[in-house]
Design a protein around this ligand. Structure first.
Ligand SMILES: Nc1ncnc2c1ncn2[C@@H]1O[C@H](COP(=O)(O)OP(=O)(O)OP(=O)(O)O)[C@@H](O)[C@H]1O
Length: 831
């Protein structure tokens, strides 16, 4: 009925004067929108209080304001009306008064004037009512902001005379000084350096925290932004202390904005809800912990059945709600915090726009919240402690189960944020209840602020590092990254690195650290190999002309990008955290690559000098060798080298000889993907001089021995894959009995998947380069189509194999997640 009316309104309104095309567009939009709010799938939330709810908080909880169902449905996706609108952002200079009227361009593009007019029955009039958008400001607010907050040492820590091991510099950098012991029990300190969007030390007040985190987001809430602010960290690190004042401050600012005439006239209102996720279940903290249930409607939109929403127009009321809700939270005592939150608490402030006509109608049946369309909202999440129940005091079964559940949701949350920042189409929100609930915060206009809370005490060092690594991962793997971060290697004083290097002969670290170190080494290797590969590609092309030795790109190393601007997040990331347990810090390593050790590195990967052979053919072999040695990584087969540039410079004989060899390999039925490198090297080997033959294996050995085997044949890939599988598999077996062990296994598999994905991208890039070369070759006059066909076939097979490999790994990982979910469901006892 409404749709018909709306269509009629479009016809009659000023929009009717527009082009037929425009009209069609609007009608289509209308049909997609869910205006009526009366359909069965619409959430139902009885109003808590009409305007001016200052009249005592009792009224907010009185039963008459609750529906039969206990309360009703809150449609977390009441945003659908806005989501369908254009995401167009108008770049205009920031204006101090963001609430100006009359910018028709913004009006048309960004707000939903039709909706606004039709809902209020003002379709024909009042075209000036609009939400002024300040796109510039919105753009200025980062999509993801990662802030770290360090709390002061608490009484317990002071009593134990714990050292403060965290130092903060320039409000953006911090160093963790980890006390360690060598095998001979000599104490030493290992430094870990990090950089974030902001680092707030122990002297920073809650008010300042608000100003550097949430305040900049507030105006964007009126611009259809769904913002999420969450605190992450070990138990007792100050998450609740940090999060509790934020909604209050935010509400203060939101209420102030709502009093602006433009919003008041349009009946914008602020609504509050507060619930928690405990053991995978939802409880309403403002309704005597009533159990809630989450449902997906026909449009796959998440609704929380029964959740109470309260209109708030006064900060005092918000305060009362927060206090009431917080008192109802699930807490328990952990080793580090007597009042530890064992749940994720989510407080949502939603700005809704109400139609006057409908609102007055609905006031009678207590359904006002439902009648409003969400303009924007902000969710404050106080996450449960991030530690994995590893403390001896936390080893009871329930705590460990909670820990596993918490970890699962933290993992899922990280994945969603990452996907979100990378503008991925698929956001893995189904990974946990937490992310499912926050689903609408992961689509459309969204902003995320993560506040990582850390404890400064030496006794919390390991947890602090874990928190910082999680935060670093959220930030550094994101597309937007951290521009400041890129400057860190230069920004970090040299003395730090020296300090670190002075403690270079460290004992092997254990457990999780080992894994982290391995991961870092792996990533480092990848970054380095990529540099080597890139350079050898460039230099090998040059080498055929001027035979210059291969050199590293210091550019690449210094800014994390190669000359072509290809980013290397992994390289960036590795530069921040100085890991020293293997005797060479990461930053040091990177520095050494880019500076004094360049020659040494080049030597390590350079081919032996050839003597005596002067004819073109042997020179060609030398070039191949050179490439093999420098470049073999990242490429599943060395045939890449054959098919690249050099081919075009081959003599005619060679040209005809080459494809014959490839054909032969094809004809032997050998799997070019899995064995080609071996074959390739064998093939090359047979054409080598005696000297070369004896030198080659030595080089391979060397490469194998130093662990950075750039001889990245597919067999290496496979073995890497197998290694990952085996280690993960065995780890899983080892930890099968413990819930958090399973989570660790998932985390590790996740790392392996991501590494494989990176590798796949690099391989694909190489393959694309080859394909382009192939095309260039085939375009040359007199080119042989047979050669082209053979090589193309080969290249495409590799491409397919690379994808299939990654897909298989992905499927395994998905399977693992599923298993984990089932296990944790089994473990969590029914409430
Ligand atoms: N920045 C700070 N300044 C002063 N005191 C702080 C600060 N941060 C935390 N505290 C104090 O430390 C104690 C633990 O903080 P809080 O309860 O916020 O930790 P938490 O991270 O929420 O723990 P859990 O995950 O167990 O709930 C509290 O007594 C709190 O007052």
């Amino acid at each position: 009925m409404n749709l018909v009316r709306l269509e009629a309104c479009i016809e009659c309104s000023g929009y009717g004067a527009q082009s037929a095309e425009e009209k069609q567009r609007l009608l289509k939009l209308m049909r997609n929108l869910n205006f009526n709010g009366e359909s069965g799938s619409e959430p139902y939330t009885p109003t808590a209080q009409s305007l001016g709810g200052v009249a005592g908080s009792d009224g907010f909880y009185s039963p008459e304001f609750r529906g039969d169902f206990g309360a009703g449905l809150l449609d977390l996706h009441a945003m659908d009306d806005t989501e369908l609108l254009s995401e167009h952002v108008v770049s205009e200079p920031f204006e101090p008064s963001p609430f100006m009227r009359g910018d028709t361009r913004v009006f048309e593009d960004d707000f939903d004037p039709i909706n606004s007019k039709l809902e209020s029955g003002e379709a024909d009039t009042d075209a000036s009512i609009s939400l002024p958008m300040n796109s510039t400001r919105e753009n200025n607010v980062a999509k993801i902001k990662v802030v770290v907050r360090k709390r002061p040492l608490n009484k317990k820590e002071l009593a134990k005379k714990e050292d403060d091991v965290v130092t903060v510099a320039d409000n953006a950098y911090l160093t963790v000084h980890e006390p360690k012991l060598k095998v001979d029990l000599t104490a030493y300190v290992e430094k870990h350096e990090f950089c974030f969007d902001a680092v707030l030390d122990e002297h920073v007040t809650n008010d300042e925290v608000y100003r550097s985190t949430v305040e900049p987001i507030i105006p964007t809430i009126f611009e259809r932004t769904k913002a999420t602010c969450f605190a992450y960290g070990q138990t007792g690190s100050g998450k609740t202390y940090t999060m509790q004042p934020l909604p209050l401050r935010a509400a203060e600012d939101l209420v102030r904005q709502l009093h602006q005439p433009v919003y008041r006239n349009q009946r914008f209102k602020l609504w509050l809800s507060y619930f928690e996720i405990y053991g995978g279940k939802l409880y309403d903290l403002l309704s005597d912990r009533k159990k809630l249930c989450m449902r997906e409607d026909g449009r796959q939109q998440v609704c929380i059945v029964g959740l109470q929403e309260f209109e708030v127009c006064d900060v005092q009321i918000v305060k009362e709600f927060i206090e009431k809700g917080s008192a109802a939270r699930s807490t328990g005592s952990t080793g580090a915090n007597e009042e530890s939150s064992r749940s994720h608490a989510i407080l949502q402030l939603a700005v809704k726009k109400h139609s006057e006509v409908k609102a007055s109608k609905r006031n009678n049946d207590g359904n006002e919240a439902r009648s409003g369309k969400v303009v924007g909202k902000i969710s404050f999440i106080d996450l449960a402690g991030s530690e994995r129940g590893a403390d001896t005091t936390d080893n009871d079964r329930q705590t460990r189960i909670e820990g596993a559940e918490i970890n699962k949701s933290l993992l899922a949350l990280k994945e969603c944020i990452r996907a979100l920042d990378n503008d991925q189409i698929h956001i893995p929100f189904r990974g946990s209840k937490l992310t499912e609930v926050l689903r609408d915060s992961f689509v459309g206009n969204s902003k995320t602020v993560m506040i990582s809370c850390i404890s400064p005490g030496a006794g919390s060092c390991e947890h602090t590092l874990n928190t910082l690594r999680y935060a670093d991962r959220v930030k550094s793997l994101s597309k937007s990254g951290n521009p400041r971060k890129d400057q860190v290697p230069n920004a970090v004083p040299q003395t730090n690195n020296k300090d670190v290097s002075s403690t270079s002969s460290f004992p092997a670290s254990s457990g999780a650290e080992d894994f982290n170190d391995q991961r870092q080494e792996k990533t480092m290797d990848m970054g380095r190999k990529f540099v080597e590969k890139e350079n050898s590609l460039h230099s090998s092309a040059a080498a055929s002309v001027d035979k210059q030795p291969v050199s590293y790109s210091s550019n690449y190393l210094s800014n994390g990008r190669d000359e072509k601007g290809f980013p290397s997040a992994s390289v960036d990331r590795e530069r921040f955290e100085v890991k020293n347990s293997h005797g060479d810090s990461t930053s040091q390593k990177m520095n050494s690559y880019s500076q004094s050790d360049t020659d040494e590195k080049v030597q390590k990967v350079s081919p032996p000098r050839r003597k005596g052979y002067k004819d073109e053919k042997s020179e060609r072999s030398a070039n191949w060798m050179k490439k093999d040695a420098n470049d073999s990584d990242l490429f599943t087969t060395s045939s890449k080298q054959q098919s690249t540039g050099n081919y075009s410079t081959l003599s005619k004989d060679e040209k005809s000889e080459r494809p014959a060899k490839w054909m032969k390999r094809d004809a032997t039925g050998a799997d070019l993907i899995t064995t080609s490198s071996k074959q390739q090297s064998t093939g090359s080997y047979s054409t080598l001089s005696k000297d070369e033959k004896s030198e080659r294996p030595a080089n391979w050995m060397k490469r194998d021995a130093n662990g950075s085997d750039p001889f990245t044949t597919s067999s290496k890939q496979q073995s890497t894959g197998n290694y990952n599988n085996i280690t993960t598999g065995s780890r899983i077996n080892e930890t099968e009995s413990s819930p958090d062990g399973n989570v660790s296994a998932v985390l590790e598999e996740e790392e392996a998947l991501i590494a494989a994905h990176r590798k796949e991208i690099e391989d694909t890039m190489e393959i694309v380069r080859e394909e382009m070369k192939l095309l260039a070759e085939v375009d040359q006059p007199g080119s042989l189509i047979d050669n082209y066909v053979t090589k193309l076939n080969f290249v495409l097979s590799r491409k397919a194999a690379s994808l299939v490999g990654l897909q298989a790994r992905l499927a395994r990982f998905q399977h693992r997640l599923k298993e984990q979910e089932i296990l944790s469901r089994k473990r969590v006892p029914r409430q």
